[in-house]
Every structure is written in structure tokens, then in C-alpha cells.
Design a protein around this ligand. Structure first.
Ligand SMILES: Cc1ncc(COP(=O)(O)O)c(C=O)c1O
Length: 494
């Protein structure tokens, strides 16, 4: 006779226990938010010390709840860099919205698999509504939409997969690139490395990406693009896609979208726009005109986890016609059979590279609902204003200079005291040291750009907590370290 297994309930928490843990963690969250502006944005972390502090080892038996919470508290208060700190102005990291973080708890609790509509009816429809709404903000036609992916690297990869399949023709999905003519992709010299990585992953090879020279404002030169396409055509290479960057990583420049659209249409090439950083600026009335021409795109990558401020991961790939996605990704799988009469909605797991998919749309959706578009418009516009303000402070300061025009919400600058005038190498070394010192300092945090082969400091405001005093602090801290390091260097050479 079959022996009936006894229940094993170790992992099945009661609602009371869930409330208790959740309540304590919400308290911790509140504490982190309270302390955020007062904490140093970063400290001089040491790998061994961090490792020792957090890599506890997995216990055989349950950890006491107080110890568990203490562990998370120490992680939050001692072992984290505060991307949401008002002084964090490095790279392109959204500050992380409060409603978005709360949505993370709900998304985790519901654990919807947004790969299949049947497993996630409400979640799938929220993702559809979100991507449709975003697509419309870019001026894509009715019926446009897309899908959430983990990050900009993935969004660009999906866009370029669509482009490759369109250019390579029937059979490429089955037979691979040996079924295809040689293909080229064009992107500016300022495009993000993930474009080349995508070409590599798609079997085109990174060298298939022709890096087109930029103008003095770091925008792709349309005349060079046209010439590169002509060269390839002459050599029997098919121009598969042009990647226009709308908000370059280093300087926030926007490639000439109407020119790119015209060249793509003339040569039958796919127009993909990497708007991972800049895209959300279409929500701001004053910045929207900069994106004219983006409505012609065949695909657009945009990252809510950058300038829509939600926490990582959460990016988006948008297309004017949804049917291109299943054409590039769908496949038959007998084990997800469903009776004809039960099928409804879109199975997003057939639209992209991922099969099981999380509910990353919820944090973006909830942030938009909780704040409304107008608040986003005001804040995005304010971020750009703060970057321009920093630019003006740099220009007023005798020891600093701008190294690029202000693009969107990015300001690139460097410490350039008169003592080192004309000595590019010395200025590079000094500014490298200044950035390292800023990182250890904790009052402000910036990153760098390499522009015209020279090292710049770079601040990018995609942080709704940043205000004028924070960009003033950054410049003040940079000046302080600059003067100190310059003096040190002078003493060494004396
Ligand atoms: C223009 C651009 N594209 C793509 C990416 C890559 O995005 P992610 O880091 O989300 O993969 C970035 C990252 O900064 C970016 O600035």
C-alpha cells in the first residue's frame, strides 16, 4: 500500500510570519531613506573586508530572524554604494523610486511568470499597456509596443536581432549566418560597447559594426555614415542596420535622427535607436524636440532603470509593429500546449530571448501611476537644467573647463589650472587622481569620460534627489582635491 508522505512545511511561511518580516524590513527601508542624504555616498571599500562581512556561509538550520534582519541592515548601512544619494552623479544610474521598490515586493510576492499570458494575465496586460504607452511617447504608430528586458545591453541585442533577421532573409534563424550575405551595422564612435557585443552575439562579429566618426558635438556624422554605406555596397556588403544613439553615454549627444532615417529608408536598412539613456527625455516638453525623427525608427531601446529612475533591472525594446518580434523569436514547444478556446493575450515569452520572464514592468508602471507623467516631465527637465547649471559653474571657475557641450543631463569637465596649461598628459593624470579621491571622499560621486583621447570628469544627473547644492558640492570637492593633488605633485617635482 502506498505510504502517504507527511507534509514538509519548512519553507511555507504563515501570513503572520510574512507580515512580521515584511514589517521589520519596511522599517529598515524607512531608516535607509532617512539616512540616505546624510550617509557618505561611497566609502573606500576593501574587498576582503566586504567579503568577510557579507559572505556568511549558508547555515544548516534557519538563521534567527533578528540575525537575518541584522545581516540586511549591515548590508544596507555599511556595504552599499548609494546610487540614490543626492550626490551620486556617476555613470547613468537611476536613483530608484520609492513606489518602484515597493512594487518589487508585490512582484516578488505574486511571482508572475510573464512569459505566458495564462500564467500572468494582469501582469502581461500591464507590460503591454506600459510598452504601448511608451511607444506612443516616441511617436510610434497605434498598435506599437514591445517588451521588457533586463537592461540596455539586452534591448539593443533584441533590436539588432530583428535587424539581422530582416536583412539576412528567410532561413537565417535555422541555418545561421552561413545562409546570409555579409552584413554591416553602423553606429557612431560614441556608441555604447553593447552594440559591438550584440553583433558578436549575433554571429556578425564585432567588426561588422562600422564606427562612424562624430562631429565636434559628439554626434554621428551623416556624411561619413553615407560614405561608409556606399563603401560597403560597393564591396558587396549589405547595410543591415544603423544604430543611432539618442543620448550617448559619455556626453548625452543625440545623433542626427532625420538624416539616419533618410539613409535607412534609402538603403532599406533597419533604423535602430539606442535611446537607453536619453529616451525618457521625450516625456519632458522642453527636451522632446531633440528627438525629432525617432518616430521613424524600426526599433528603440530605452531603459527605465536609467532616466525613469526605477531600480535595476528594467529596460524596454519598442517596435512600431509587434509582429516583427515573434517573427524573430517565436518557436513551437509542445509542452506549452493550450486549447484554442483558452488562448488569449500575448505570450511575451515568444517575443524575445527570454522564456520565463519576471514582472519588471510593475515597478515602472507603479512609478508612473504614483507620480504621473507631469512629475516625470518636470524632474527630467530639472535634471537637464542642473547639468547646465553645473556647466555654467565650471565655466565661471578659473581652474575648470568644459570638455564637451552639455548634452541632456550630462556635464563633462576637468580641472585645468593655469600651471598645467597645454600639458595634456599631466592634466589626464591629475584628473584621474581627482576622480579616485572623490570616490574615497564620500561627499560626491562622479565618473569619467574619455573625450578626444583625454580624461574628463563626468556628472550625469538622473537622480530626483539631486539639487543645485549637490552639483556645487561636486565641483567644490573636485576643486579641493585638485588643489591638494596639484600641490603634492609640485612638491614631488621640486
Ligand atoms: C547609450 C547606452 N546604451 C546602452 C547601455 C547599456 O545599458 P545597460 O547597462 O542597462 O545594459 C548604456 C549604459 O549606460 C548606455 O548609456
Amino acid at each position: 500500500m502506498a505510504r502517504r508522505p507527511e507534509p514538509v512545511r519548512d519553507l511555507d511561511w504563515s501570513p503572520e510570519r510574512a507580515r512580521e518580516l515584511g514589517g521589520t524590513l519596511v522599517e529598515l527601508w524607512g531608516e535607509l531613506l532617512e539616512r540616505l542624504p546624510r550617509q557618505p555616498v561611497n566609502r573606500d571599500f576593501r574587498l576582503d573586508e566586504v567579503r568577510d562581512a557579507v559572505a556568511l556561509g549558508v547555515p544548516e538550520q534557519p538563521m534567527e530572524p533578528e540575525l537575518l534582519v541584522e545581516h540586511l541592515r549591515a548590508l544596507g548601512l555599511e556595504q552599499a554604494v548609494y546610487v540614490g544619494h543626492p550626490g551620486f552623479l556617476a555613470y547613468i544610474c537611476g536613483a530608484g523610486t520609492v513606489p518602484g521598490a515597493a512594487a518589487g515586493l508585490v512582484a516578488g510576492a505574486l511571482n508572475q511568470n510573464v512569459g505566458g499570458w495564462r500564467l500572468s494575465p494582469g501582469a502581461s496586460e500591464i507590460e503591454r499597456a506600459l510598452t504601448g504607452w511608451l511607444a506612443a511617447r516616441f511617436g510610434l504608430p497605434a498598435g506599437a509596443g514591445g517588451l521588457m528586458v533586463s537592461g540596455g545591453a539586452m534591448a539593443n541585442f533584441v533590436g539588432l536581432k530583428l535587424a539581422r533577421d530582416a536583412a539576412a532573409g528567410a532561413g537565417v534563424r535555422e541555418r545561421g549566418m552561413r545562409a546570409a550575405p555579409p552584413l554591416a551595422v553602423y553606429a557612431s564612435a560614441e556608441s555604447h560597447i553593447v552594440v559591438r557585443r550584440a553583433a558578436d552575439m549575433l554571429g556578425l562579429g564585432a567588426e561588422a559594426v562600422r564606427l562612424i566618426q562624430v562631429d565636434e558635438r559628439f554626434r554621428m556624422r551623416a556624411d561619413h555614415l553615407a560614405a561608409a554605406i556606399e563603401d560597403d555596397l560597393e564591396a558587396g556588403v549589405t547595410p543591415a542596420a544603423v544604430v543611432a544613439t539618442a543620448g550617448t553615454t559619455q556626453t548625452g549627444s543625440i545623433d542626427p535622427l532625420p538624416d539616419v532615417a533618410e539613409l535607412c529608408s534609402r538603403h532599406g536598412a533597419w533604423m535602430h535607436v539606442d535611446a537607453c539613456y536619453g529616451g525618457p527625455a521625450v516625456l519632458a516638453d522642453d527636451l522632446r524636440p531633440l528627438f525629432e525623427g525617432i518616430e521613424e525608427a524600426d526599433s528603440i531601446a530605452v531603459d527605465p532603470h536609467k532616466w525613469m529612475y526605477t531600480d535595476v533591472p528594467g529596460s524596454c525594446l519598442l517596435v512600431p509593429r509587434l509582429d516583427v518580434l515573434p517573427a524573430s523569436f517565436a518557436g513551437d514547444a509542445g509542452y506549452i500546449w493550450l486549447a484554442e478556446e483558452s488562448r488569449q493575450g500575448i505570450d511575451t515569452g515568444q517575443l524575445g530571448p527570454e522564456f520565463s520572464r519576471g514582472f519588471s514592468a510593475l515597478k515602472v508602471w507603479m512609478s508612473l501611476l504614483a507620480h504621473g507623467r507631469a512629475a516625470y516631465a518636470r524632474r527630467i527637465s530639472h535634471d537637464a537644467e542642473l547639468a547646465r547649471y553645473l556647466g555654467a559653474l565650471v565655466e565661471e571657475h578659473p581652474d575648470f573647463e568644459l570638455t564637451a557641450p552639455i548634452g541632456l543631463s550630462v556635464c563633462c569637465f576637468r580641472y585645468a589650472p593655469s600651471e598645467l596649461e597645454g600639458d595634456g598628459e599631466a592634466l589626464d593624470r591629475l584628473n584621474e587622481r581627482i576622480m579616485t579621491a572623490i570616490h574615497a571622499d564620500g561627499r560626491a560621486y562622479c565618473s569619467n569620460a574619455i573625450l578626444n583621447d583625454r580624461f574628463s570628469l563626468r556628472a550625469c544627473v538622473v537622480n530626483f534627489r539631486t539639487e543645485a547644492e549637490d552639483v556645487e558640492t561636486l565641483l567644490g570637492v573636485a576643486a579641493e582635491h585638485g588643489a591638494r593633488l596639484l600641490e603634492q605633485a609640485a612638491k614631488r617635482t621640486a
